[in-house]
Design a protein. Structure first.
Length: 76
């Protein structure tokens, strides 16, 4: 269970970092009238995170090790 928890924590931290980065770029882009193009990305990231979290929970309940995609491995 420890490995599943660390993997999930790394994934959630990574998603927060991605959201903050895209949010900052979107806000800066608003000054140049192109930031609105990234608004759909700000909606897609949490939806994708929720889907992968559900998949990871199902795999963990089955006892299978699941590696989340696009995860920065910070907690080891």
């Amino acid at each position: 269970m420890d490995a599943h928890g660390k993997e999930s924590l790394n994934f959630q931290i990574s998603m927060v970092i991605y959201l903050l980065a895209v949010g900052a770029v979107t806000m800066v882009g608003m000054f140049f009238c192109v930031g609105w193009l990234l608004l759909p990305v700000l909606v897609v990231i949490p939806v994708v995170a929720m889907i992968y979290t559900i998949i990871g929970a199902v795999r963990a309940s089955e006892g299978v090790a699941y590696r989340y995609p696009l995860t920065l491995r910070m907690v080891t």
